[in-house]
Design a binder for this molecule. Sequence first.
Ligand SMILES: *[C@@H]1O[C@H](CO)[C@@H](O)[C@H](O)[C@H]1NC(C)=O
Ligand SMILES: *[C@@H]1O[C@H](CO)[C@@H](O)[C@H](O)[C@H]1NC(C)=O
Ligand SMILES: *[C@@H]1O[C@H](CO)[C@@H](O)[C@H](O)[C@H]1NC(C)=O
Length: 470
Amino acid sequence: MAVMESVKAGLLVTTLSILIALYYKKSSDQELRSHLETILSNLLRAEKKYRLVKPKQVIVGIGACSDAFVEATEFLDKLNISAPIGSMGHPDSIMSPDDLGEIFAFFFTQGAASERYVANRTFWDMALETTKTMEARWVLGGNAPVIAKRLVAEGLKDVTLGAYLSKPLFEDLSEKMNIVGQVVEVDDVHIILEYERDSRWQHLTAPRANRFIIHADVHNLKMSALKDIENHIQTEKPHAFVLGGLQMLDSTVMNKDERSKSINRLSALLSSLNDETLRHFELASFAEKDFFREVIDKIVPHADSLGMNEQELMNLYTMLEDNSVTLVSNAHPRIALVLDQMRSIWKVLSPGKLSRLHVHTLAFQAIMTKKNKWSNTMIAAAKASLTAYRHTCSSGEIDLESARLLMDESFAVGRKEGSQRIKFNAEKPVACWEEGNALICVSPVLICTNVKQTAGGGDNISAAGLAMQL
Ligand SMILES: *[C@@H]1O[C@H](CO)[C@@H](O)[C@H](O)[C@H]1NC(C)=O
Ligand SMILES: *[C@@H]1O[C@H](CO)[C@@H](O)[C@H](O)[C@H]1NC(C)=O
Ligand SMILES: *[C@@H]1O[C@H](CO)[C@@H](O)[C@H](O)[C@H]1NC(C)=O
């Protein structure tokens, strides 16, 4: 009897503790949910504060392509490429299927975005054929068109794109914006190998969702649209000039002198613009050191504003600090590190033209602007955060069921000991403060967990933020 009683009591205790655990699990889930709801509603409120003042002319260049999105591991399997065992190289360009296997593995295992030129036509044609046998998503791509479309979507009415496009793409885009350039027979194609967080390729695993891009561009390499933009600005005084896509000239088989000539011409074009014209340059993945150096020397000094992700930030930072290229860095950098690197770049470039820096990462957005030069920095950071979710989940609505937060309760503003700590406040999710001549705003990202697309994210995010500040 006594035994039965104690068994019963034991059962009761167990049942009770399970119920209590469930209760706490439920209430902590509810707490988290209401925390996310508060953040979301306040980000949306910040976004609504934006008012377009008056129509402003913006020119966007350079280049365009057609993007084919495929599932990365399925694509590699179809090409019978196997994952390398042991060390992974990262050649500047791709000659063979094995090169692709190695370089893809290199970035995949770090969850880092990158892109490479395929220098072997036979292999490229095979890759393109394989893409056509798959359920690929084909969309307009290239940095410039994505940026231009996003600016139009954010309400800018006078957007001009410089690009060479096939007829269908040309017609589709020209409904929304002005295009200077020409119609070409076939578009350059970029094959975008997408993968999700924790996806496996044979014995390898990806720590986060991302993409690797391969291409074998023709028109983009010639920067064909450059002369059309030159002609266009003879008669126009644009409010802003937005430049992206220069990484397409990185690590190709292109003649280096030809390439330098194009960069010089672009540099001359940038300096021929009206003084008041704001110049934004969207960085991307540069692997070839001499070329990146050339971009830093001839293009970056013309930029009032720079946009980049955490990898590109690290790459720019190490180039400015000690003239070295950094191909991959931590995909989840701490806020303190990102801000310190932004400060270093600011110190080098802001005595010159630079007055705005936007770094987009998976977990947060950071924007640094020169005080009184750019308006709406807080709104821009909130907008960029919301756009990051909307882009990745491919949905205008933000569903908290497929959102997570990767921010701690507070963060240090720098790595130096004794750096100020800022407590994260869900009621005012975008933290802004001043340092010297700069205003810094950091906004958390509600990270989309139901990933639909990653490529083009940086362009969409950067352009959305920029649109708030033009
Ligand atoms: C891959 O291997 C299979 C089976 O050996 C073969 O049928 C197929 O043609 C190969 N594909 C390519 C792109 O080489
Ligand atoms: C070019 O690609 C083809 C097809 O994959 C391959 O057979 C050939 O070895 C490659 N050429 C070089 C130089 O790697
Ligand atoms: C980003 O831009 C691309 C191309 O313009 C578009 O297809 C996609 O829907 C955009 N995403 C968002 C969230 O705007």
